[in-house]
Design a protein. Structure first.
Length: 87
């Protein structure tokens, strides 16, 4: 699966990465280098984060499916249980 950011997220990520490099590491890096670094991060690390999200979603869905019997369960043959006087 191809990892890509949409246009707005890509721009925000570039701005954030540039600010981090400048403010935290005191590096003055050009836009082309920043874009290359972002592309590397997205392609190299993105799939791991994506897969982690998929696993978390699968776990959530499996937990919900496991609990579905409690949500939609109906007691069977309960007519005689409702009134102890009936025989």
């Amino acid at each position: 699966m191809s990892m890509e950011l949409d246009k707005d997220a890509h721009k925000a990520a570039l701005d954030s990465l540039e600010k981090y490099l400048r403010d935290e590491l005191e590096l003055d890096v050009g836009n082309l280098e920043i874009a290359g670094l972002l592309t590397f991060f997205v392609q190299e690390i993105g799939p791991s984060l994506y897969n982690k999200g998929v696993r978390a979603a699968q776990e959530q869905m499996q937990a919900r499916v496991a609990d579905i019997d409690m949500e939609v369960y109906a007691d069977e043959f309960g007519y005689w249980k409702k009134s102890p006087r009936r025989r």
